[in-house]
Write a protein that binds this ligand. Structure first.
Ligand code: GBH
Length: 484
């Protein structure tokens, strides 16, 4: 804990627990967790987040190869409104004006992803035109005074890696393919990108893509089978982080690499033991099954027990060592919370059930429950003391046909409530380093098509010119960031 004094926020937490700190001899503190503190940069990061596939369009421009999402959109019934992202917001051609919108809102950080099939051709060679495009985007961000945070994998796998012989994340060969892709990205962009995320929401693309089938590539199989993909994603993560640290980070603490998890919080809503155990079980089953491996080097015991005997979850000593401490920060996409309640019909002992909490949105899975965010941050800091956390997404959804789309008061309220919680978390001394709003533009919401809008800027998809109109929530951010 000796690095504490060098951080503004940590220094505050030191004051809060001041007397306590002096009474605990340093040797009594838990030093077993291989957490690398971000001492390089200590101003809180306020940013806005997006992903390549959802905004870029230009699906076949400049030698871009096909992705599994291009294919998935063609499957009848896969996308709720039957649309695709062939054009989306056309960010590919309009990045300058959109980056200007983000800058003018006052954001200093910009989270984006690189589309793998844009930068690597199906024959495995670099696609220089696609690389040049990201280079121009990074230049535009620099000109706008915004720092990029780049996600390597936000779900758009090249179709050529999802075939009968090479079934995507189910194949062990994917690890070397991902390494080659990451190497290219680091070689071309690492000098200009201080913050990297290996994977966005692995649970969503693994279980949505290789078990439930509601995400690309739409494979339906058992959870037990999909665990093979869990394993490959984690091993690919560890390998890419080792590469980054040895060749590109070189001990520079201002450069960071992490992973981003989808983190719905689970909260016990009655005082029963059953609810408490149920909530803990869900947090381990949905979140710690990814974060334990990248912090401690292994899956939670409860997760291994649930999937008793799965060879996919057996990690060798070497694999454990590679995974252990393989993040500089944990990215969390926090949107909502579920309640866990004792459910004991007469005689049924320890059953619990999931209940909805908070205000509904334009998507059935998302209710506004700001308090859940700080509860989740406390849970994380209890499990991983000192681990830096960045909220890499947080936002609210309104329906596509909302007549008051631009006066989005519900979204204003959502951002207000959640940024209040962020400030509370910082004051409490929780190691929260940044917050990224999801998202700048209304865009292609995966299987939800264009029917679910998360933007602070409205895009009229019925008009060929795709006009952008700022919403109330955009103006709210502008005022908020002016004061921050
Ligand atoms: C994130 O996913 C994504 O990173 C981002 O690309 C997306 O646009 C954003 O959030 C908004 O959705 O099975 O009932 O939960 C959020 C997690 C997981 C939410 C899958 C929707 C499907 C419905 N998503 N989930 S449900």
């Amino acid at each position: 804990m000796t690095h504490l004094a060098s951080s503004k926020f940590r220094f505050r937490s030191l004051c809060l627990v001041g007397s306590l700190y002096y009474f605990i001899p340093l040797s009594a503190l838990d030093r077993s967790i291989p957490v690398r503190a971000l001492t390089g940069k200590m101003t809180f990061q306020w940013g806005v987040a997006g992903a390549a596939y959802q905004i870029e369009g230009a699906h076949d421009a400049d030698g871009k190869a096909r992705s599994i999402w291009d294919d998935f959109c063609k499957v009848p019934g896969a996308i709720s409104d039957g649309t695709s992202a062939e054009v989306a917001c056309d960010f590919y051609h309009r990045y300058e004006e959109d980056i200007e919108l983000a800058r003018a809102a006052g954001f200093k950080h910009f989270r984006m992803s690189i589309s793998w099939p844009r930068v690597i051709r199906d024959d495995g060679q670099p696609n220089e035109a696609g690389i040049a495009y990201y280079s121009k985007v990074l230049d535009a961000l620099e000109k706008a005074g915004m720092e990029p945070c780049v996600t390597l994998y936000h779900w758009d796998l090249p179709s050529s890696l999802q075939t009968a012989e090479m079934p995507g994340w189910m194949s062990p060969q994917i690890i070397d393919k991902f390494m080659a892709y990451a190497t290219l990205c680091f070689e071309r962009f690492a000098g200009r990108v201080p913050m990297w995320i290996t994977f966005n929401e692995p649970a969503v693309f693994v279980f949505g893509g290789y078990q439930g089938g509601w995400n690309a590539p739409g494979v339906r199989q058992s959870v037990a089978e999909a665990l093979v993909a869990v394993r490959h994603v984690l091993l690919a993560h560890a390998k890419v982080v080792a590469l980054y640290r040895s060749r590109f980070q070189n001990g520079d603490k201002t450069k960071k690499i992490g992973i981003t998890l989808n983190t719905r919080h689970y909260k016990a809503v009655d005082a029963s033991d059953t609810a408490a155990k149920g909530a803990q079980h869900m947090l381990e089953d949905r979140i710690a099954c990814w974060s334990d491996p990248v912090v401690f080097g292994d899956f939670p015991e409860s997760f291994k027990a649930t999937h008793g005997g799965s060879t996919a979850l057996g990690l060798s000593k070497l694999e454990q060592e590679a995974l252990r401490g393989s993040i500089d920060f944990l990215g969390i996409n926090y949107y909502t919370t579920s309640g866990i309640q004792e459910d004991s019909p007469a005689g049924a002992g320890s059953a619990w059930k999931v209940v909805e909490l908070g205000e509904a949105s334009g998507a059935s899975w998302l209710h506004s429950y700001p308090q859940g965010l700080i509860e989740l941050l406390r849970w994380l800091s209890g499990r991983y003391p000192g681990l830096d956390v960045v909220i890499t997404e947080n936002g609210f959804c309104t329906p596509g046909d909302d007549p008051k789309a631009v006066e989005d008061d519900v979204r204003v309220r959502y951002y207000q409530d959640h940024t209040n919680i962020v400030k509370q978390a910082i004051d409490e001394g929780l190691p929260l380093r940044g917050y990224f709003a999801w998202t700048l533009l209304d865009n292609f919401e995966w299987a939800g098509g264009y029917e679910e809008r998360f933007g602070m800027v409205h895009v009229d998809f019925n008009d060929k010119m795709l006009p952008r109109t700022v919403k109330s929530s955009y103006r709210w951010w502008q005022q908020f960031l002016e004061k921050s």
